[in-house]
Design a binder for this molecule. Structure first.
Ligand code: ATP
Ligand code: MG
Ligand code: FE
Length: 345
């Protein structure tokens, strides 16, 4: 089966082509293309939904043509058109859903709506070292921070999640108030390389709460307070503040993940979502897991943030597991809010 995947939930337009051979073989990525709108939104300090939708409209067909050309395949050979159905920005989602269903109707091929977070969650299957079920998943993106127990495709049990900001949001908001632009996560992380992570004492919210929930809103306030206190010296101390912020976020993520492993008795972790690209998180988690003989799997660095490959992959794995049928109704709807554990198999 040739599966075309279209991602348009936020500020990245992604298109990819995946081949599924059926059985238990992991589907393979034939080609993918991505256009990030980050530059366009930077002037506003965040994503402007209406601009995002319009840009998806401009990009999605050229990207699709580029992907088909790179894979050396014709659109007529595509068997299923998959798209991100939610969660995300309603207008942005509608572009991908509309284009996917129009393509499906024109080609007389079935379409399949995919959960964006399931895409992130299964993205490590696109790596050279794909995981095996079951595993604990740490889903750390711009909008979500969750620990899940994953027993198979569609078998997701929520163990804990953030009660306020997501980890990516904590990176971005802290970076913004340090004047590092949008999205500030990668910039803050780069600056942190030159700083001292023990320079400032920042809170580790809910570290000892005994459950697997997270809270990052207070951290951002503490960073703001510290930045104000530094006044004129902030500029010189930015690397230290960045390193201390990153250390606080990473420590909570690692400790809670270890608790989830202990609670479930599982020996495998999958990290997914944009914050999974963070080098400090990877180093700390690898070190902690090596001690406990736990295997850690990550998506390839460039597939941590939003992309079409993870959407095509999730669709391929769903179809392969026989858990979801593509359909020819083409009456699409999008789900801007959509909990992953409500998905089922
Ligand atoms: P969601 O998937 O929850 O809807 P999203 O799609 O916006 O949200 P992703 O694309 O998965 O989120 O990830 C983007 C987030 O990852 C941003 O918050 C960004 O700052 C963060 N991020 C990316 N790279 C790094 C890094 N190296 N260190 C820290 N954070 C990072
Ligand atoms: Mg993004
Ligand atoms: Fe995402």
């Amino acid at each position: 089966l040739l599966i075309l995947g279209i991602e348009s939930s936020c500020d990245e337009t992604g298109v990819a082509l995946v081949r599924s051979t059926g059985g238990v073989a992991v589907p393979s990525l034939l080609a993918h293309a991505l256009h990030s709108q980050i530059e366009m939104h930077q002037a506003y300090g965040g994503v402007v939904p209406e601009l995002a939708s319009r840009d998806h409209i401009r990009r999605v067909l050229p990207l699709t043509e580029a992907v088909m050309a790179e894979a050396g395949q014709r659109l007529a050979d595509v068997d299923v058109v998959a798209y991100t159905r939610g969660p995300g920005l309603a207008g942005a989602l509608l572009v991908g859903a509309g284009v996917a269903c129009a393509l499906g109707a024109a080609l007389d091929k079935p379409v399949l709506g995919v959960h964006h977070l399931e895409g992130h969650l299964l993205s490590p299957f696109l790596s050279a070292d794909p995981p095996e079920f079951p595993f604990v998943a740490l889903l750390v993106s711009g909008g979500h921070t969750q620990l899940m127990r994953v027993d198979g495709v569609g078998r997701y049990e929520l163990l804990g999640e953030t009660i306020d900001d997501a980890a990516g949001e904590a990176f971005d908001k802290s970076a913004k108030l340090m004047g590092l632009g949008y999205p500030g996560g990668p910039a803050l992380s780069r600056l942190a390389e030159q700083g001292d992570p023990a320079a400032f004492k920042l809170p580790r919210p809910l570290l000892h709460s005994g459950n697997l929930d997270f809270s990052f809103a207070g951290l951002k306030t503490a960073v703001l307070t510290q930045a104000k206190k530094l006044g004129d010296t902030l500029e010189a101390r930015k690397p230290d503040l960045a390193a201390s912020t990153e250390a606080a976020i990473v420590e909570v993520l690692v400790k809670k993940t270890l608790t989830a492993l202990k609670q479930t008795g599982l020996k495998r972790v999958v990290v997914a979502g944009g914050v999974g690209a963070n080098r400090h998180l990877r180093a700390q988690l690898n070190a902690a897991c090596a001690q406990g003989k736990v295997r850690v799997h990550y998506p390839e660095l460039h597939l941590c943030t939003d992309n079409g490959a993870m959407i095509a992959m999730a669709a391929a794995m769903r179809l392969q597991a026989g858990q979801q049928m593509a359909n020819r109704t083409y009456a699409f709807d999008v789900k801007p809010r959509w909990p992953l554990d409500a998905l089922g198999g």
